[in-house]
Every structure is written in C-alpha cells, then in structure tokens.
Design a protein around this ligand. Structure first.
Ligand SMILES: [Zn+2]
Length: 263
C-alpha cells in the first residue's frame, strides 16, 4: 500500500504494470494493494517458483509454523510468574507481533504474472524505455534487473543488499559464484542511481561492495578449508565483524555454507 501511495504522490497516473524482481514473499505479497487491472511482469522461472516454493511455504507458515510458534510463546508467557517483568513484556511483544504477522499473511493473495520472459523484455512508457533483464542466477534463479536508461538508474532486486548480510538460499537457485559474476558485470555500466532490494538507494559502488563481500568471504573459506578445517570449524572461525554489515546476522553462517558447498 505504501508503494501505491508513494506513486500517487509523484504521478497523477494510473498504475499499469508491476514487475516482480523475484519470487520472495517480501517482494510479492503486497500485490493485492495494487489496482486489479495491472499487468504483472516477471521472469519465466518465477511461475514454477510460486507453485513449488512460495505457495506451499505460505500455506505451511499460516497453518503450521506460525501458529506453533505463537503457541510456544503463549506457553512461555504462562510460565513466567511475574507478568510485569521485562522478560514477560518481551515475550508478550513477540507474541503480539507474530499474531499480527499471521493476520497479514492470511490476507495475502498470490497473483501469478501475466507476462513472462527469459532474457530481456522492453517496456515503453511515454517517451521512456524500461529494460528488464535476466543476467543469470545469483540471489535466485528468477532475479531480474530493471534498467531506466534515461535516468541512468537500475533496480537490482535483491542482487544488492545495501549494508546488510544477503540472503543466499541455494534451494531458490542462489549461487554466490553466479551472483558475483552478475555484480561484476553491472559495475561496468556506471549507474548514477542503484535501487537495491534492501537498504537505501545508493550508487554504482554498491556493485563493488557486494562483490567484495562475496570475494572476501570466499577467500577466507578457501583459506580455512585448505588448513583442513570442517564446515562447522570454518563457520566458527570467521568473524562477522570483519565484514562491516549490520542486519540479517543469522544468515552469515548460511552464506559461509553456500560458499563452502560451491567450492
Ligand atoms: Zn529475495
């Protein structure tokens, strides 16, 4: 809804198209807020990803996972004798937050794209051309970028996490090798504005930063592996603070795991 309001505050025009940059729920669950006659565009792989990943995941979260976690928190609240303690308050807040998240998830309606493409797709809006492109699997196997040549701008979807640890989920087609290649290619275009999937709008340096993170992490994993260390030892042996990123810290060991498995 925030996007629809923001667009309306800038353009006095009807929204015609929505582009899904990739399958992930935080980028597609809000579609019901858009006018019902919009056309959705996405990469062809997203259709199977919705069917095989997103729909079952949403169902599982609504019916099993989240209700289970809510029940656990309720049980925990019961077991805390002092209902005015800080400990109780913290659990109570988590309980409430999860409850409203579950409510929101129940409102989600998955909408499949109207148009898909595999390599490149061009949209003409007024006197402006917008280019959608798939540069290979990186964050997912359906991650596309959207170029706005007139503004020298690009929306990268989640190929850029500005300032946070990236989500790298191999079962969604993520590959750190592929991801690094894509950002190394994009850096050459010298964009003035880079709109990331997460974090603030940034500039062309974002590609270098994303690439350097993966290269530094890969270098460290290789070094420790060559010393004969196991995956668990490698995870324990790498200091997250050396990477200067804040947020999604729980993803760091999983990033290491993907690097390790790709070696
Ligand atoms: Zn994502």
């Amino acid at each position: 809804m925030q996007i629809v309001t923001a667009v309306k505050s800038v353009f006095d025009k009807q929204i015609k198209y929505v582009i899904y940059t990739h399958l992930h729920g935080d980028h597609v669950y809000g579609i019901a807020s858009f006018p019902s006659d919009i056309k959705i565009i996405a990469h062809a792989n997203l259709v199977d990803n919705f069917k095989n990943i997103i729909e079952p995941q949403l169902k599982d979260n609504i019916e099993i996972r989240i209700p289970e976690n809510i029940a656990k928190l309720a049980y925990l609240m019961d077991s805390i004798p002092n209902k005015k303690s800080e400990e109780y308050l913290k659990v109570y807040q988590r309980y409430n937050a999860l409850g409203s998240y579950l409510g929101e998830l129940k409102e989600v309606k998955i909408q499949y794209p109207d148009t898909t493409f595999t390599e490149k797709f061009e949209l003409t809006l007024g006197n402006e051309k917008i280019i959608l492109e798939f540069l290979g699997s990186g964050h997912t196997n359906d991650n596309i970028v959207v170029r706005f040549p007139k503004q020298n701008a690009i929306h990268t979807g989640d190929l850029i996490f500005n300032g946070t640890i990236p989500y790298v989920i191999a079962s969604h087609g993520a590959t750190i090798k592929g991801w690094t290649e894509i950002v190394d290619k994009l850096v050459k275009s010298n964009y003035k504005y880079v709109i990331p999937g997460h974090g603030k709008i940034t500039n062309n340096d974002a590609f270098k930063t994303q690439s350097n993170y993966f290269k530094k992490l890969t270098g460290k994993v290789v070094e420790l592996k060559n010393q004969g260390k196991s995956l668990d030892e490698i995870k324990a042996g790498i200091d997250i603070n050396e990477y200067g990123l804040k947020g999604n810290e729980s993803q760091f060991p999983l990033n290491i795991e993907v690097v390790y498995k790709e070696l």
